[in-house]
Design a protein around this ligand. Sequence first.
Ligand code: DGY
Length: 328
Amino acid sequence: MEVFVTRKIPKVGLSEITGRYDTEVNPESRRLSKDEIIQGVKGKDALLCTLTDIIDEDIIQEGTSLKVISNYAVGYDNIDVDAATKKGIAVTNTPGVLTDATAELAFGLMLTVARNMVKGDRFVRKDSFEGWDPTLMVGSELKGKTLGIIGMGNIGSAVAEKSAAFGMDLIYHNRSRVESVEKELGADYVEMEDLLERSDFVSLHVPLNEETNGMIGWHELEVMKDSAYLINTARGEVVDEEALIEALRSKKIAGAGVDVFADEPYGANPDYYDLKNVVLTPHLGSASRRARGGMARMAADNLIAVLEGRVPENIVNPEVLEEQGDRR
Ligand code: DGY
């Protein structure tokens, strides 16, 4: 069996693959071009890729021997799953192991932007700090504020759970109601408009798909309180960035914490850079040693399971294996 790995992932997972299969690993720490990935998948039985690799139909067509595309990410919007399914290729992802890391980052962004921590850090480094000042960089506390969570999957639920420690009131919007967060955490299910109107912090935890692309636009930002903050650790395209930049510039909302960008994998919109009421991080949601190690192990396990004819723990298009099972 031959495997192509587009980017070095932590050894705990990578060594499971290299120890078993004839494996070609991109030796450089850079994203490969589409042509390089096409060359890489030729004749390979499995592809292990990251969320910065756009695995489109062209690549899938060239991977004539591919049995599995194992994504080193929970989100799989970078993969044309329909094209893979049509070709009978299993697509797998890494849910669960990065849930807490991402939820913690969401709180990090809430605190950082609402309590002026980045602004304060720059201020001190500029040698501008001349002692405690009763009016210096006075921000907003989390306690007693309303947190509106959009998307109550694993990560949304972990954010909900952690919000109790900060004494926040919880409302949420999701495709369907989640009884456990209502019963255990006292979260109220509300319509989207209601959530936007009432929340002091709006935190996004939806996957990127046709329904969620651009779900936060100018109208949604206008509905939000002027004192509210928007936190995005989901995907850049969920928010209309031009509208958000305008809302931040005109102080339509108080601020934002942004970890993900519509221009990924090429970078961020430079129009954010001059704005003082936004904190920007470079897609760090899963960037903890525990999460990245867990993702590596899971991506390797998923890949190995498919190559060994087993059903992987995390499959995005199970119908592929069901059909194969029926044929066997
Ligand atoms: C994912 O796995 O989809 C995350 O965005 C990575 O940080």
